[in-house]
Design a protein around this ligand. Sequence first.
Ligand code: GSH
Length: 202
Amino acid sequence: MKLYYTKNLNPRVALAAARYLKSPVEFVACSPQHPAHKEAFKALNPNARAPVLEENGKTLWETDAIVCRLSAIAKSDFWRVGDEQPDMIRWISWATHHLNRAADPLYFFRVVWPTFMSEAPPQEKLDEGLHNFVQHAVVLNDYLADRKWLVGGQLSYADFRAASALPFAAQAQIPLADFPNMQRWHNQLMELKAWRTPFAGL
Ligand SMILES: N[C@@H](CCC(=O)N[C@@H](CS)C(=O)NCC(=O)O)C(=O)O
């Protein structure tokens, strides 16, 4: 199996999961948006985005789907399949539609944009992202007040998904320190080598 990656946010989550699950995958660096590679890459993922999992000549794209597959291969409950599954899906969905969507402009304009643009990022997008992030972070921070992890008592993919932007917090100026329960939970995640350094050796 091959896991195609770039060093951006979503592939980072997929690689961290693959490392955590000790998945039997080969990590393959790619440049899906590079004009020289984009058309060819669309054969792997018509969206020309990473990550992509290639298995027996078939490809699977979307980070959540890839982690679902890797967890099944590992026979792990990292991707919950029992009674806790709806709770896990709740947090994955919420993170996608609320917290990560709010963090996205902070990540994009402060981490990705400076790698190819010299002009300043649009301040109104940053202000809007921060405003939305704070609103949603309050919900997560309250929920984590008396919980170690989001689903049940153990780590699950919901934690990786909801925390996807936080390893970039310093550079993206995400105000993590204003949310002490989130900060503690982020620190717990950073104790996991797979989450802290998913690109080690790559
Ligand atoms: N919804 C997709 C998003 C994939 C995506 O947006 N990937 C970005 C990186 S975060 C990408 O491939 N950008 C081009 C690049 O990294 O070169 C997922 O969850 O996997």
